[in-house]
Design a protein around this ligand. Sequence first.
Ligand code: FAD
Ligand code: AMP
Length: 480
Amino acid sequence: MSNHFDVVVIGSGPAGYVAAIRAAQLGLKTACIEKWKNTDGKGVNGGTCLNVGCIPSKALLDSSQKFHETAKDLSVHGISVDSVDIDISAMLERKNKIINQLTGGIAGLFKANGVTALYGTGKLLSGKKVELTDNEGSVSLIDAQNVILASGSLPISIPVAPVDNDLILDSTGALEIEEVPKRLGVIGAGVIGLELGSVWARLGSEVILLEALDDFLAIMDKAIAKESKKIFSKQGLDIRLGARVTGTKINGREVEVTYKTSGGEELSQTFDKLIVCVGRRPYTDGLLAPGCGVDVDERGSVFVNEFCATNVPGVYAVGDLVRGPMLAHKGSEEGVMVAERIAGHKAQMNYDIVPNVIYTHPEVASVGLTEEQVKAGGEPYNVGVFPFSASGRAMAANDTDGLVKIIANADTDRILGCHIVGPSAADLTQQVAIAMEFGSSAEDLGMTVFGHPTLSEAVHEAALAVNGSAIHIANRKRRS
Ligand code: FAD
Ligand code: AMP
C-alpha cells in the first residue's frame, strides 16, 4: 500500500463514504479507514446508518407495519384473515440480508471509484499524519494532504439505566430483540425512541415512553407535534411527558424503572425490556492524538466552520461528529461539499433546507422553519393547512390521519417551512424542499399541476390555502 494520499477519510458512514467516493471521482487519490467489524471479525463499511441505524430500523418498521395492517386494518377493505403470525427470527434475518447487501455495495462502489478501503482504527496525529492500527494490530503511518474526520456518533448512556443489551438495551440492542416483549419501556420519546417503540407496539408489546421534557417533540412545529401525539396515543403508545427516569433495578427477568414527574411525584413501572434512547454523542474516542491541534467544542463535537473546515488547515470534519442535526443526508451533503472544496470547487451547502423525518406511521416530516421560529424572527407570515381527512387518495387508502402545513412570508409569499404528519409525509415534504431550494412562493406551488388522485394534492391544497384559495376545504386566510 502507498503511504501517501491526497485525501484520507476516517469513518465510512454516510458522511465518510460519500466524501471518499466524491473525492476519488474528482481525481484525488483517496483512502477511507473504517474500524467497524462484522460478527465474523471482517471490516465492514456503512457506519451507523447501514449497520445499526437508518436502514435496519426502517426494515423492522416496514415488517412490523405489514404485520399490523394485516392483523388489524384489512377488515375495513372487506378482507378477512384467519390468523396472522410473525416469525421474529425471519424478520431479523431479512433485516440482516438488507444490511449485508448495502454494506457490500459500498465496498463495490469504493472499488469502482478507485477508493482504497482500509480496515482498522484511524487516529489523527499532528502534521496531517494518520496512524492506522489494522484489525490484526499492526500500526502504520499514512501521509495525507487532506484529512476528513467522519467518525460519527454513539448512543448516549445514562448512569441511571446501564445498558447490558439483555434487559436494558440501547438502539443497537433494540434491533436484535428475539421475541416480542409483553411490556416494553422506552426512555426518551425522541425520533429513535418513537420509531423503535412503534416497531414493538405493532407486534403486540404494551409500550410506555418516558420523556423528561414536558413538551412532545419540542423542536417540531407545535401544531404538528400536538397532532402527532394525538395520533400515536390513539394507536396505543403510552407517552408520558415530564417523566425523568431516576433509576432502574433488575429483578430476575424484569426491569423496574423509577421516574420523577415534573410535579415532583416519584413513580415506578416494571418492564420486560427497556430501551434507552436519550440521544447520541459525537464519537471522538481515540480519534485525535494529543497535539493534533483540532479543537472540540463544549458538546464534544469537532469544531468546524460553515464549510466543515476545522481550525487545522487541511483537516475537515463532517456528519454526526460536527454541529447540526444528526442525520445521514446532512452528513452526506457535507461530505460532497468538502470533497469538492478540496478539489478546488466553490461548493457550499444549504443548511436551511435539510428535511427531518420520523418514520412512524403516519410519518412526521418537516423542512425549513417552524411557525414558532418564524414568529420569533418577527417576519409577517401566512399559514396554509390541509387535513388528509379531506384527501380522496388518503380516504381510498384508509389512511386519513394528519395534515400538511405550509408557512410563507406574507409579503413575498416565499415558502419558509413545510410540516407534515400523515401518509408518505417524508416524500411529500421532499417535494416542498425542492420547491424551497428553487425559491418557490406558495403561489408557484399552487400553480403547479398535481396528478389526481395523489397524496401530494394535500401539499397543493395547503399551498393554495396559504393565500386563501384552497378548493377542497373552507379557507381561513391568516396573516400573522
Ligand atoms: P456514522 O454512520 O456513525 O459512521 C461513522 C463510522 O466511523 C462508523 O462506521 C465508525 O465505526 C467509524 N469510526 C469511528 N471512529 C473511527 C476511527 N477512529 N477509525 C476508523 N473508523 C472509525 N438518520 C437519518 O437521516 N434517517 C434515519 O431514518 C435515521 N434513522 C436512525 C435510526 C437509528 C436507530 C439510529 C441509531 C440512527 C438513525 N439515523 C437516521 C442517524 C444516522 O444513522 C446518522 O446521522 C448517520 O449514520 C451519521 O453518519 P456519519 O457518517 O456521520 O457517522
Ligand atoms: P432525541 O434527542 O431525539 O434522540 O431524544 C432523546 C430524548 O430523551 C430527549 O427528548 C430527552 O429529553 C429524553 N431524555 C433524556 N434523558 C432522559 C431521562 N433520564 N428520562 C427521560 N427522558 C430523557
